[in-house]
Ligand binder design. Structure first.
Ligand code: ZN
Length: 212
């Protein structure tokens, strides 16, 4: 599986393309908002002859969902969101103008994901890890064979997600990191929702906010 990342919108959010060998591609947390951002993403997809098959959100804060509707319509593909993030998604329309975001339109999810679901595309299989604390229904996506964790805003390189937003709670976040991140092998690569990638081993040693 190949992973291509983009940094989009005023929140410097990481959007990921997960690309299987047959070019089937999952778009994770499409934060593209401005026209030039949408163009950058879709040109990459067409130039590399990728076949988008699915959009997934790790959680539904504004910076992770801005491109949902645009891509759902453009590629006519489904959107999956965490089941417990539906309220988070529904709140975005109301608070978007406070962030100067006036062109946001909410997408309707095609499926609500739970812990026991699997995401399958091409030759790939992603397992789901429930990791609340930053957002109440936050999910992470784990590729066992490739040792890749798509972590959203649970953990960042030597940092962690905010827990002061609605539905957030630091003790819950700490528990999620200990039980759903630090119990993975040290050489699992972490691709977070903001900033550079890291690894489980690095964070167990150097993360100042949560100790294993
Ligand atoms: Zn977030």
């Amino acid at each position: 599986m190949d992973i291509k990342s983009f940094v989009f919108n005023a929140f410097y959010e990481n959007t990921y393309l997960l690309i299987s060998k047959n070019r089937e591609t999952v778009i994770v947390d499409p934060g593209c908002y401005e026209d030039f951002e949408k163009k950058e993403l879709t040109e990459y997809i067409s130039k590399n002859e990728l076949k988008p098959v699915l959009i997934v959100n790790t959680h539904c804060h504004i910076d992770h969902v801005l491109g949902n509707l645009y891509l759902q319509n453009l590629y006519n593909i489904p959107l999956y969101i965490p089941a417990l993030e539906l309220e988070t998604l529904k709140s975005v329309t109301a608070y978007a103008p406070n962030w100067g975001i006036v062109n946001y339109e909410e997408a309707t999810p095609n499926k609500l994901l739970n812990e026991n679901d699997l995401i399958e595309f091409g030759a790939e299989q992603l397992r789901i890890r429930f990791a609340p604390g930053h957002a109440p229904g936050h999910l992470m996506f784990y590729h066992v064979q490739e040792k890749v964790l798509i972590a959203g805003d649970v953990i960042f390189k030597e940092s962690v997600g905010r827990s002061d937003l609605p539905g957030g709670d630091f003790q819950t976040l700490e528990k999620s990191i200990k039980n759903q991140v630090f119990n993975l092998p040290d050489d699992v690569l972490i691709f977070p929702g903001h900033g550079p990638s890291t690894s489980v081993g690095h964070e167990k040693k150097h993360n100042p906010f949560v100790r294993p």
